[in-house]
Write a protein that binds this ligand. Structure first.
Ligand SMILES: Cc1ncc(COP(=O)(O)O)c(C=O)c1O
Length: 341
């Protein structure tokens, strides 16, 4: 099987497992796990933030950050296809009583004008707008990179209006590797952000949130309330350290492979793909002429290719470190050939 459903399907390499086995550990709820502490310091410094906190998943990372920034009844402004809105099981409503104000974006980016309009006036009968949340890269837009020059005016606006800026940076590594813009250059425009080790970097488990000392002190309490505080988590932190050191520099290979896939399937008269949207390791493509995407995904499975149908006419492919360029090329050719037959 060539598994292109997600970059979350990777398994730890031998080198990563060896690093995990050798990890020094302690009780992290007492702050005594040296490997967790090392990872937190390392990521805080990479992101240019005062402090960072290791959490089990990207979802928990986002949910903790948003919970700390808002009160029940408050509103978070986000793009209408944001992960926090569609794919976190309604956690904002359930765990924090926060409601979402969605704004349609272009390639995952909301315009400052739309955001400005969405911020509620201060009358008591409106919900209070507390947070603007962005996602970089943007998953549903096809791994698009949010242009930093468009993020800056939004951050300036948020500061002037005392709104918090949160970044779902599950794949910020990819944005930075592809654009050449440093992680800290992106991070400096946000009060909080989450990054994941279990996606393109290939670690089995784990994410990090980062922000000011005060923010992380509060997040520590919320992580415990959400059940995300761990004990000898150093084994997982060792995998994340290995992932940053060995797999961050190779993300470009995934980006090249995604482009190869997109260029091959662009030749098929039965599919459309916007090659300009293929900026990192995700390819969103669409069926034409009423061809059912779910059915196509099932047929491809029989041919040995796994990918995700996202709706009746949309499919997603994600490249990662457990698929080679040959396999990605083969998967694209199988797709095109199937549609020819
Ligand atoms: C953009 C984005 N944010 C957050 C998450 C959540 O990460 P996790 O699956 O670790 O909860 C994902 C997962 O795919 C994602 O794509």
């Amino acid at each position: 099987m060539i598994d292109l459903r997600s970059d979350t399907v990777t398994k730890p390499s031998k080198g990563m497992l060896a690093a995990m086995m050798q990890a020094e550990v302690g009780d992290d709820i007492y702050g005594e796990d040296p490997t967790v502490n090392q990872l937190q310091d390392k990521v805080a410094s990479l992101l240019g933030k005062e402090a960072a906190l290791f959490v089990p998943s990207g979802t928990m990372g986002n949910q903790i950050c948003l919970n700390v920034h808002a009160q029940p009844g408050d509103e978070v402004i986000c793009e209408s296809d944001a992960h926090i809105f569609h794919f976190e099981s309604g956690a904002l409503a359930k765990l924090s009583g926060i409601q979402v104000h969605q704004i349609p974006g272009s390639a995952g980016m909301m315009s400052p004008e739309h955001i400005e309009k969405a911020v509620r006036p201060s009358a008591h009968y409106y919900p209070r707008t507390s947070i603007i949340a962005l996602e970089n890269t943007h998953n549903m837009a096809g791994g698009t990179i949010l242009p930093i020059e468009e993020v800056i005016p939004i951050a300036d606006f948020a500061r002037n209006r005392s709104l918090r800026m949160h970044l779902d940076g599950a794949r910020l590594w990819n944005a930075s590797a592809a654009s050449g813009i440093g992680l800290h250059e992106y991070a400096r425009h946000f009060d909080s952000l989450s990054v994941c080790f279990s996606k393109g970097l290939g670690a089995p488990i784990g994410s990090m949130i980062a922000g000011s000392y005060d923010f992380i002190a509060e997040a520590l309490r919320t992580r415990k309330q959400f059940g995300g505080a761990m004990r000898q988590a150093g084994y997982l932190a060792a995998a994340a350290i290995y992932a940053i050191d060995h797999n961050f520099p190779r993300l470009q290979e995934d980006h090249v492979n995604a482009r190869i896939f997109a260029e091959i399937i662009a030749e098929s008269p039965a599919l459309t793909v916007d090659l300009n949207s293929v900026m990192t390791n995700i390819v969103m493509f669409y069926t034409k002429q009423g061809l059912d995407a779910y059915q196509l995904a099932e047929q491809l499975k029989e041919e040995g290719v796994l990918l995700h149908a996202m709706s009746t006419d949309a499919l997603r492919v994600v490249t990662h470190l457990d698929v080679s360029q040959e396999e990605v090329t083969q998967a694209a050719q199988i797709t095109v050939n199937l549609l020819q037959s």
